[in-house]
Design a protein around this ligand. Structure first.
Ligand code: GLN
Length: 275
């Protein structure tokens, strides 16, 4: 394999792909059925024609602007593996800040709600790191919930994660209360989606991106009802776009939520609002 992945690395690199070496390596690992670790530690690998062809097809898709995660159908988030499908957003490292903050806020015996769960990456990462917490996760897409179920089983938290199909709070049972409500909702302005890189615009599901004309519609829906589903002293945490700190804070305050704080990610950009 030594030679083959390097050839594709050089092709991607010449085409201007910034992470050509890793892209080629992870695609080669998938084409050969090796783990990333095996791929890194083995210097040479016998490659049969079928594997070489699989790799060529995968690199072709990468050249067409699809992400490595989409091509492989899997992405790592918070150190755990997550399956993707056509209905799920590919989990982003930015969202790990929301998990960090949630893990600080939640404790043994508590229950949390995740709205718009997609792959289930947020509650699954939390449950995997906090053994005595349970979660309810909601998504509008039944297909996304299939991926979330598979990811919960794979990461060993399925008994503590309940999944419901519907819009925001709509499928919840009246009277239930949560210690923590989290969401990474669609927050991109509809008109801006057309300007995004093909990796996102073409290959991530539109439902997972589109936040309406001003990108704030999901925050309004969530803020309007969050108070009613939180226990006294409970918290709401939402991921935001880097320029939405002030506007989302305003939406949450207008809905009567108190104690609003904005948190920056590792790049120093506004990324999470808590209330
Ligand atoms: N909650 C999921 C994630 O963070 C899905 C988010 C979305 O589709 N907007 O990946």
């Amino acid at each position: 394999m030594g030679g083959l992945w390097r050839q594709w690395r050089d092709v991607l690199s010449r085409l201007g792909f910034a992470n050509a070496a890793l892209d080629a390596k992870w695609l080669a690992a998938a084409a050969l059925g090796l783990s990333n670790l095996e791929m890194v530690t083995r210097e040479t690998e016998p490659v049969d024609d079928a594997a070489a062809l699989r790799l060529a097809e995968m690199v072709q898709r990468r050249m067409g602007g699809e992400s490595v995660g989409r091509i492989i159908g899997e992405r790592e988030f918070y150190g755990l593996p997550f399956r993707l499908n056509a209905a799920t957003l590919e989990p982003r490292p930015d969202t790990e800040l929301l998990v960090d903050l949630a893990l600080k806020a939640i404790g043994p015996g508590q229950r949390m709600l995740d709205l718009g769960t997609g792959t289930g990456c947020i509650p699954i990462a939390i449950l995997a790191n906090e053994p005595d917490v349970s979660a309810l996760a909601v998504d509008l897409s039944g297909e996304a919930l299939v991926a979330a179920r598979e990811n919960a089983v794979r990461n060993g938290v399925a008994e503590r994660l309940q999944l419901l199909e519907g819009s925001w709070f709509e499928p919840l049972v009246e009277g239930e209360r949560f210690d923590l409500i989290v969401s990474n909702p669609p927050y991109i302005e509809s008109a801006v989606i057309e300007t995004l890189a093909p990796e996102v615009r073409v290959h991530d599901p539109r439902l997972a991106l589109d936040g309406g004309p001003d990108g704030l519609a999901p925050y309004r829906s969530i803020a309007a009802e969050a108070g009613r589903w939180l226990k006294p002293g409970g918290q709401l945490m939402v991921e935001i776009g880097h320029d939405q700190g002030a506007s989302v804070s305003k939406v949450l305050a207008a809905a009567g939520l108190a104690g609003i704080t904005v948190h920056c990610d590792l790049a120093g950009l506004d990324r999470v609002v808590c209330a």
